[in-house]
Design a protein. Sequence first.
Length: 331
Amino acid sequence: MAKNAGMRAIAKEEKRLEKERKRRIELANKMLIPVGKKTMETLGLISFDPNGVFRFSQNRWIRVFKAEGNISQLAGIALDLSGRIRIVWHVGEDGGRDTCHLSLIETGEIYEEVRQLMSRDEESIKEVVRLTPLSVDEVMNHISEMFGQSIRFSYASYVRGNKDWKKECFLEVKEEVNKFRVGRCYGEAFSALSYPSIPKDGFADKLKDLGCQMFVCLDLNSLTAQEQMDFSRAIEKRYNRRLPVVAEEDYLNVSYSLVVLCDSDDARDIIEKTIISLANGYDFMLSSSFYEQKKVAESVFSLGLLDSKIMRNVKVDVVESLMGGGSDEDA
């Protein structure tokens, strides 16, 4: 009995301490503007800084930028970042890159600490590309454009009216096993399951030549030294041989998604077969995102506000080749 009473007392004290810890965190983040319950449920968004920082559940924070320059160089920069970056570029029907956005994703509990991480990472990223930070209003307006609509988002009126940000800014994605409809468009989402072992230039150019509207999304996250070592050991064990010293290269944790939009289902079907065949020619396994069409499409269109990814360890030079480089390097 005494033992049970002691355990209950310990549990009660732990619960009290956890409650106090959460109270201190909320107090430290009191400068942020909270969203309504509907938005919290649909997006997982808790609060935001109008200047452009979003705070999500599970200690996830995001800031979105417009990016210009040699995007492929971000692969090398990502090795030294504390956070994850998501790059989404929109390729228009004429084969030109219309826009490129970069989302900086950090993990933390207190805004001031997260803001310092973001500031350091932003300065590193600016060494290779030009960044233009977007406000919360600009981000949500752009997301609505990604869904093919035009609204005038204002956080002040949306918070005051207790509106559901997702319902207002997203169009409904009607999904099937390997395709979806959004507005008048027929779409399909693809996810990378495996990557080339050596870089092969030209894949990004070939995608542009398809002439359909598409959104290419890459998530890049650094690996710790221990994670790199563990990965090398796993590869050696799998192939039962020691890797040569030259093979001890830098790796990134990478996710690659692709979303295409077409004006008919027949066109979508042709594009699907072409993309998978094209990827196979580059030793790149792209597959339709079976049963996750809506999840992947909404994640890409929302620039990472809704998170979806399949991370794999990939060599930095391979990542650079997938991001363009050469004649396709400028976004």
